[in-house]
Write a protein that binds this ligand. Sequence first.
Ligand SMILES: Nc1nc2c(c(=O)[nH]1)N[C@H]1C(S)=C(S)[C@@H](COP(=O)(O)O)O[C@H]1N2
Ligand SMILES: [Mo]
Length: 388
Amino acid sequence: MKLDIRLPEPPAVLRRGPFRAGAFRDTLHDPRTAVVVGRLLGPAFLVCFLTGLFSHVLQHQPHWLALPARPVWGYRVTQGLHVATGIAAVPLLLVKLWVVYPHLFAWPPAKSVVHALERLSVAVLMMAAIFELGTGLLNVVQWYPWPFPFVPAHYWIAWVAAGAITLHVAVKLPLIVAHWRRPRGAPVDPEGPSRRGLLTVLGAGVGVVTLATVGQTVTPLGRVSVLAPRRADLGPQGLPVNRTAAAAGVFAAVRDPGWRLEVVGPRPFALTRAELSAMPQSRAVLPITCVEGWSASAHWSGVRIRDLLERAGAAPGDRLRVFSHERFSPYSVMDMPGEWTGDPLTLLALTLNGAPLAEDHGYPARIIAPNRPGVLQTKWVARMEVVR
Ligand SMILES: Nc1nc2c(c(=O)[nH]1)N[C@H]1C(S)=C(S)[C@@H](COP(=O)(O)O)O[C@H]1N2
Ligand SMILES: [Mo]
């Protein structure tokens, strides 16, 4: 007796994974659907990448690059878009992966070396995209359960993702071009699940996650955004707080009756809070825009940094290094380039929304500047140094 132990031949083009042949309706897993979803996911990734890049250069500004301090709400818009497009990209990426995942079981796994490399690049793209969205989301809820520093990891993997996406689009360009438009007179399967149905579900998903979170920066939607970790109007003096004075360990320093602001420059000086209040005061309506996605506008008043620098004998355009009473924090020291030190809206703020700064908002004095990330709005300022 002869046993036939030959395995059945896999279908020529595509094996349907662990599922029976025909388990997937072709309209939902065909190149046209992949292209239609890609047309939404691509721009979301692009906006997220560019706004992220802008945030990065603001926080790590190269000396040769001058950045604008206007419009004052610029960073509020770009960072709001960064977080919103990142969140919208989650359902988009999930659907995209679902549309193309039967290709995971393509047979043979690699037709050539080039094909193998192409599949490898898609694997890199997937991992980088999932890493970026995952770390970004956890950053929004301010949870850092990983052993690496968030900012450089999120930044460098973004370049990996951008490179892999560019390669992916280049490789798939013929397919993208061929399926960009709806095929004329294509037969519609009346019984199959429709592409339009899938896109409706996807649109609803994007709408829900956006509405549930965007209110942390689009203030009127605050009540709708039940998943937003912050409400822009909740907090002492009507403004959220990320790090409290207690958490920063600054009580002793900021409650010291002998507190003085030290300004170091060609003509160094020190001023008490009463002396600062006696100087000409300026007002500004400026937002705090936290990189984590919440933002809120507030009324500030205090002394222009420009006036303090002038008094210290600095020249216009000089840089400033600001030291907080808080120690051992990435926000203990902040550098401010000339575009901001000379700006009439950059203040050493003493009041917030009409009352002296609460301790949690940086009492006795904090930095507030236009078009800058929240992480650079240093609280509990102790000392400022003119940098030449
Ligand atoms: N010294 C110090 N300043 C700081 C911080 C901090 O942790 N320490 N947090 C920054 C961040 S991340 C933000 S978003 C703003 C928040 O300001 P607020 O608490 O007054 O709203 O303060 C910034 N200034
Ligand atoms: Mo922040």
